[in-house]
Design a protein around this ligand. Structure first.
Ligand code: 5GP
Length: 205
């Protein structure tokens, strides 16, 4: 089986992490890719659950070894998606990547059928409020993230689906609808149920 690959991108502060967490609570049949990063863990983050936290030398060695399906420098730190993890997870089912637009563009080259979902805040002011509200980053880091958020949002047009996250439950229902609709296309149903489709034309009723 080859599962579907969902790519979710958003500017910092659009509520992506919460939305993805809630979606995965509802849908246990999607595997989340745990990225590698050289960024320091934030309070409460756990190595191997939120990210694989690596030093730069190790990250660069993995780039050289071709271990990343994609990698990018975001807000001054390196982030990358493990190639072997994705291959293994896709063999078992659907996979979700939470990555930036640079990574999404690289993944689309390898997996042109990947389903891109971009999450926008309803108002640009909401980004600044959410980043300040998180209380874990310095003002300088927040200013850098806001500038990067504008750059990220310029790439919304590279994504097939857009969720405007004004209300978490509405956004969650929309996200779940995108997943379900993607699973129900003719070609995906044919891949998921080959015997049924084969029997449609070959077995007498
Ligand atoms: P944060 O440091 O706030 O967790 O993430 C910062 C940005 O890095 C977010 O836009 C996030 O989507 C992106 N990011 C996280 N993991 C990856 C990855 O594996 N590859 C790429 N290209 N971006 C990533």
């Amino acid at each position: 089986m080859s599962g579907l690959l969902f790519i979710v991108a958003a500017p910092s502060g659009a509520g992506k992490t919460t939305l993805v967490r809630r979606l995965l609570e509802e849908k246990a049949d999607i595997a989340l890719s745990i990225s590698c990063t050289t960024r320091a863990p934030r309070p409460g983050e756990v190595d191997g659950r939120d990210y694989h936290f690596l030093d730069e030398a190790r990250f660069r060695a993995m780039i050289d070894a071709g271990d990343f399906l994609e990698w990018a420098k975001v807000h001054g730190n390196f982030y990358g998606t493990s190639r072997p993890f994705i291959a293994e997870a896709l063999a078992k089912g659907d996979v979700l990547l939470e990555i930036d637009w640079q990574g999404a563009a690289q993944v689309k080259k390898v997996f042109p059928d990947a389903i891109g979902v971009f999450i926008l805040p309803p108002l640009l002011e909401a980004l600044s409020e959410r980043l300040h509200g998180r209380g874990t980053d310095s003002n300088e880091v927040i200013a850098r993230r806001l500038a990067a958020a504008r750059e990220e949002m310029r790439h919304v047009t590279d994504f097939g689906y857009v969720i405007i996250n004004a209300d978490l439950n509405t956004a969650l229902a929309q996200f779940a609808s995108i997943v379900e609709a993607s699973r129900l296309t003719l070609s995906n149903q044919q891949k998921r149920h080959p015997d049924l489709f084969h029997n449609l034309t070959s077995t007498p009723l």
